[in-house]
Design a protein around this ligand. Structure first.
Ligand code: AMP
Length: 113
């Protein structure tokens, strides 16, 4: 049984967040301490896709980073964002604070949402 992280609670809507995108597979919400005019976090929603960090990927979860990147790309296209940065913080030494794999999406362009 995995420990429930802050992002499990956001995913399960036990903690409020500013959700900008959601489907059956992923959710994207605004980072509470934005480092760019648009700073979003993409997470996979399914329990079977849960992995704490890039460092913990295995055969069963290897597809998850690609899923998050694909959804971020589609989100950018849908919102007319032509330039952005995608980042994974890996491990405490890599600046990771929340051990629920998430993709940072940063852009100088603002979204309406
Ligand atoms: P990381 O350092 O990659 O683990 O990123 C965790 C991110 O979560 C940081 O950029 C925080 O600002 C962000 N964060 C922490 N608490 C919340 C929250 N309640 N809602 C949205 N973002 C949060």
């Amino acid at each position: 049984m995995n420990e429930q992280t802050l992002f499990h609670k956001i995913r399960d809507k036990q903690i409020p967040s500013s959700i900008v995108y959601e489907d059956d597979e992923v959710m994207a919400f605004k980072d509470i301490h934005p480092k760019a005019p648009t700073h979003l976090l993409f997470i996979a929603k399914k329990d079977t896709d849960f992995v704490p960090s890039i460092d913990d990927l295995n055969e069963a979860t290897a597809h998850v980073p690609g899923l998050l990147i694909r959804k971020a790309q589609a989100f950018a296209k849908a919102h007319g964002i032509s330039g952005y940065q995608l980042k994974f913080h890996v491990g405490k030494g890599g600046g990771q604070e929340v051990f629920y794999l998430h993709l940072h999406f940063l852009s100088e362009q603002k979204i309406e949402a």
